[in-house]
Design a protein around this ligand. Structure first.
Ligand SMILES: NC(=O)c1ccc[n+]([C@@H]2O[C@H](COP(=O)([O-])OP(=O)(O)OC[C@H]3O[C@@H](n4cnc5c(N)ncnc54)[C@H](OP(=O)(O)O)[C@@H]3O)[C@@H](O)[C@H]2O)c1
Length: 348
């Protein structure tokens, strides 16, 4: 079986990774449509060893499409996802627009694959926030072994998490500072080059940011509503790869060795944890990879049953595009969707 797939936001950071990963994972695509805004009409994007010309979302006809990988921001998603779902295509949405909708499953396939049964309610499946995706992949196997009651998370999020404009700002500011040019912040609220910003998203009345709230809301929706999280989200001058310092409290004692053994067997996780100067994973190591890496696993002696560790992953991959393509695979393998025009050979 093969599917007609449309990638909305195909010129963006996540959209381009979606095209790469559809190809890398050999997802059965019979026809690929690359969609973006009107200004990108005709722009060529790479899909495997071919190029595909972008089409304009506004004028595109979705009636023959089976799967839409939507990655053009919340406003575009709010305008289009339900319409496309009603027209019969399954939307896998990367924005935050539908993540907390009770009629839309929010899925990380290593964590809550069974929720795919809810996909047909609106023909929309939501992909979590990039920082949440890598966190729950690491937390799930530990939570299965010993219930997690509370977690304290500090993120170190790369600029690619803020899209192309975020990457451009870090690049241009870095050059400007070295070359005595204009380093005035234009996209981030303060200088991002050679700096860290303890603010992502927008402030809520309680002093947290919406990015921080997404992490506890989404973790509770996918993993367990009883897990309490407190989060600080920080933007760092790294191009690709989000890192997280995580401290977890369990309802029973769990040793670092036990946690290492559990995580080594867990799907999607790689443990790299040697007590040597280079025995851990950094964003530079994780960029371009599929795995969620866990390092620096150690006891937290300040609470009865605590562990601290370091989690790193490629935010454009497991944090977005890889997870979206894995959801498409799950929809196919679970029989939740079938191609509209039945069995087809792969022509692209
Ligand atoms: N980056 C991450 O780590 C990450 C992780 C999880 C989720 N997400 C989510 O994924 C989405 C895209 O992120 P990104 O990092 O890929 O952003 P990006 O690099 O800025 O790309 C945005 C894409 O959306 C398209 N677009 C914008 N407005 C449009 C419109 N009105 N109609 C059609 N297409 C439009 C752009 O097309 P043009 O080039 O034609 O403007 C571009 O292809 C966001 O919702 C983001 O929250 C990102």
């Amino acid at each position: 079986m093969s599917y007609v797939v449309a990638v909305v936001g195909a010129t963006g950071n996540v959209g381009q990774e979606m095209l790469n990963i559809l190809d890398e994972l050999d997802f059965p695509v019979s026809k690929l449509h690359a969609l973006a805004s009107r200004k990108s009409k005709g722009v060529e994007v790479a899909f495997g060893d071919r190029t595909v010309k972008c089409e304009d979302l506004e004028t595109f006809e979705f009636s023959t499409v089976d799967i839409v990988l939507m990655s053009a921001g919340g406003a575009v998603s709010k305008e289009w996802s339900e319409k496309i779902g009603k027209a019969g295509a399954m939307v896998i949405d990367n924005s935050s627009a539908f993540r907390m909708d009770p009629d839309v499953p929010l899925i990380v396939p290593e964590v809550n694959p069974d929720d795919i049964r809810l996909a047909k309610k609106k023909n929309i499946v939501a992909n979590p926030n990039c920082s949440t995706a890598q966190l729950v992949v690491a937390l799930k196997p530990l939570h299965d072994a010993a219930k997690i009651t509370r977690a304290v998370v500090s993120t170190y999020q790369s600029v690619s998490g803020a899209g192309k404009e975020g990457m451009d700002e870090l690049w241009n500011q870095t050059k400007a500072i070295y070359g005595l040019g204009d380093a005035t912040p234009k996209f981030f609220p303060k200088q991002i080059a050679f700096n860290v910003l303890p603010f992502i998203g927008s402030f809520r009345d309680d002093g947290y940011t919406d990015e921080e709230a997404k992490m506890w809301d989404e973790t509770q929706k996918m993993l367990d509503p009883d897990i309490r999280l407190t989060v600080t989200c920080v933007r760092v001058p790294v191009f690709v790869g989000h890192s997280e310092a995580v401290t977890v409290e369990f309802d029973r004692p769990i040793t670092p060795d036990e946690a290492r053994a559990i995580l080594r067997d867990a799907p999607g996780v790689m443990v790299v944890d040697k007590q040597e100067a280079d025995g851990y994973v950094t964003p530079v190591d994780a960029a371009g990879e599929f795995a969620v890496y866990v390092s620096r696993i150690r006891q937290d002696p300040t609470v009865p049953n605590g562990l601290s560790f370091w989690v790193v992953s490629d935010n454009l991959r497991k944090g977005a595009a890889l997870n979206a393509v894995q959801i498409a695979q799950l929809l196919d393998e679970s029989g939740t969707i079938q191609p509209k025009s039945g069995y087809r050979s792969i022509t692209v």
